[in-house]
Design a protein around this ligand. Sequence first.
Ligand code: SAM
Length: 286
Amino acid sequence: MELTNISTIKDVMSRNGVSFTKSLGQNFLINPAVCPKIADLGGCKKGAAAIEIGTGIGVLTKELALRSDKVLAIEIDERLRPVLAETLAEFDNVEIVFADILKTDLSALISEKLSGYSDIVVCANLPYYITSPVIMKLLEERPPIRSITVMVQKEAAERLCAAVGSRECGAVTAAVNYYSTPKMLFRVGRGSFMPSPNVDSAVIRLDIPEKPRYAVSDEKLFFKIVRSSFAQRRKQILNPLGAALGIPKPELAKLLEECGIKTTARPEELKMEEIVALCEKISAYN
Ligand code: SAM
């Protein structure tokens, strides 16, 4: 079954009484070149397992299943059950769990469904209304995965893959860089989807190292520093950070200088190493 063919999609959905639900971010891929590329660049391979978030009618699921030993997919929309039973009938290595990814204990699900796999990747065309929460969940909960390859809105991709210390960098950029190495892979125009969204998209990959990229002794403090300073990323760091941490300005200025950071610096100008060094200084000060 050609799952990027518009007539096939319409036919399989209407036969099963399913319509597109915009509020669930249901824009399905109809460009046949995209899913094989996501699966290949996402590192799917024999001997390994892949996790998909949001199957739709299974167009990416199928490419993951062709390349991996096992696919574990999480889809919120139970109405797609009969559709997927039809579109993925030829694959015995796909298991679909109907659940909300944001309410799923992924590490527990992996232990239950993918025990025995030491090489696990996540590949997905994410529902855009929950891009950041899903990515942060996958990183923060530290499930045993090697990489996350996802299609997201183009602007979100640019923000996530921006260099820390550049104008495009935000709190989410610093957070993602703390856990992983982000990389922009390729862009996908809005015409590649049905129904066509009002925005363009891009596929990014976050490679997760076995050991943390940065040695931070107090993670909670690190993220407090990131959140509070980037809330006003074009302002000088001294004011928002001093207020958030309750450190008098002259003392914070001294800590910044000890890290080689100018007191006039703006959060968006800081490199990862500088944020980490500042976190360690503030941790010792507390
Ligand atoms: N993979 C398919 C494709 O590329 O054509 C569908 C991608 S579509 C952009 C997003 C999918 O995520 C939809 O099937 C939608 O029902 C599902 N979804 C939305 N919210 C979800 C959630 N919280 N948990 C799991 N799946 C969700």
